[in-house]
Design a protein around this ligand. Sequence first.
Ligand code: GLC
Length: 534
Amino acid sequence: MNARMAGPHWWHGATLYQIYVRSWRDSDGDGYGDLRGVISGLDYLAWLGVDGVWLSPTMPSPDHDWGYDVSDYLTVHPELGTMDDLDELVARAGQRGMRVLLDLVPNHTSSAHPWFVDARSGQGAAHRSYYIWADPAAGGGPPNNWRSVTGAPAWTFDDASGQYYLHNFLPSQPDLNWREPAVHAEFDAILRFWFDRGIAGFRIDVAQGLYKDKALRDDPPAAGTGRMAGRSGLTQVYSANRPESHGVFRDWRAIAEGYSPPRLLLGETWVSDLARMAAFHGHGDELQLTFNFPVIFADFTAGALSGVVAETLAALPPGECPVWTASNHDISRFPTRWGGGDEAKARLALLVLATLPGTFVLYYGDEIAMTDVNIPAGGSRDEISAGVAARAVRDRARTPMPWDASPSAGFTAPGVRPWLPIGGHAERNVAGQRDDPASTLRFCRDLLALRRAEFGGTIASYTQLPGPPGVWVYRVGGLLVAANFADEPACLGELAGPPLLSTSRATAGQEPAGQASRLGPWEGVIVRDGGAVT
Ligand code: GLC
C-alpha cells in the first residue's frame, strides 16, 4: 500500500523520550545501562506521561561509536540484553500505552560487520559493492578531498585489497554503497524484521548521508560558519546530501504503511536549511518526522526561537508534523547550552517545546533539568569527539541518569564504577523531585499531561501574537502561551483565561492566579485561550 494513511497518528501531539540505553539504568551491576534496566523504568516513564521511547542503538557492535557501528542488524547487543528482553520491553511498554522505536544506522556499518569483512577480502568479493571503494588519486593519495566528521580524510587505504574505502565517520565505520541494489534489499528485510516484531518505528541515523556523488567530485569550501557548518572547512555537497536518498525513504515509507498502525520513520536530518529538512517529508510519502537542527542550534531568545518555529511551519508541506527537541546524545544538553544551568531557563524551554504543535522529544534527564557533566581529562569514552582538538566531548551529555542522590545515583549497584562519571545528582535527581510539587520533574509531568489532553492525536494550529520585546506569545490549539526570555519582568496587558501552568508555580495546581499578565524574569505561562490578548 503506497497511499499515506489518513491521521490521526499516535505521534501527533505526542511526547517521545530518548533513552541512551547504556546510561539510563544498569540492572546487572556492570556499570552500563541495559534493556532490563529500561524495563524496570517503564513505570516511571508511564508516570511521566510519555507516549513512546526511542532507544539509542541496541544492535551488536564493537562499540567504537557505542552502537552506531553495527555488526549485526538482526539481534540485540549481548551487553545490553537478549531478544527476549527486547520483546518483553516492547510488550510491557505496550501494556502501559507506550511504543518503542529503535535506532537504525543505514549510512555505514561496523568494519566488523560480515559484509565488510567479506568486502575487504578482495576486489572480487561478493560484498565488495556494498561499500564505496576507489583507486588512489592520479598523483597518489586519497581519491578526493572528502573529510570525515573528525576532520581527517574520509578515505582509508586497505592494503590487502589495494583500494581506498570511504568512511564519513571513523575508519571502523565504512559507508555503505546505496547505489548497490542488494543494499536496498538487505535494509528492506531489516525493516520488516523489526516491524514484524512489534517495533513501532525507527530513528534513522544520518538520514541525509546515504547516497554519495557517483563521480566522487570534491566537496566545495564551506560557505557559512557557526554550529551547523562542518568542521572540515567543506560543505558536504557530494559526500552526502544527494537527492537519490529520497527514493530510499519513499520505499521505506511504503513498507511502513503496510503495517497497522503505520510504522514511524523519524530522520536524523542533520541539515542547516529548513527547506532541505522539509524535503525529507517528500509529498507525504517519505519520513513522517524529521529532527529540526536549526531549532536546536538557535539562540535562546524569543526572537530567534519564534523565528525558527515560524520558518519551520512555513517550510513543512501541509499536514506534515513538526518535531521539537533540544537535547540529544551528540550535543550539549539544553539546560546547559541554553540555560547555563539555571533551572528557570530549563523550565521555560520545556514549556515552549512542549506547547508547540507536533511531536515533542525529550532526552533522558531533560525532565529534571539535567545538565552536562564535566568529563575529566582522559575520561572520555567517545572516540569521535575525543580525537578532535577543540571539540567538546560528547560524553558530557551521555552520563548516567541520576535517579537519586546516592553515590551510584541509583543508576548502578553501590560501589560499581559507572562507564561514565555521575554528576550533578546531589542537586538534581528523580527521587528528590518526584515528591516535590514545585520541582521541574513535576512541572514537566503536568506539562506533558496538559499537552496530551490538549493536543493528543492532532497537529494543533499555531499563531504568533504580538508581545513586548523579549516575550514570545502564541496561540496554540485552545491555549495561549506567553514566555519571557529576559532578566527583567514583563507586562503583557491582560491575558484572558485562568493560568493552567506556570514555570514559577510553587505547588502543583496552584498557579499564581491572576498574575498571568505579569511575567517574572524567564517565566512562562499557559492559559486557556479566552479569545484575546489585550
Ligand atoms: C549520528 C549519531 C552519532 C553517531 C553518528 C555516526 O549522528 O547520532 O552519535 O556518532 O551518527 O553514526
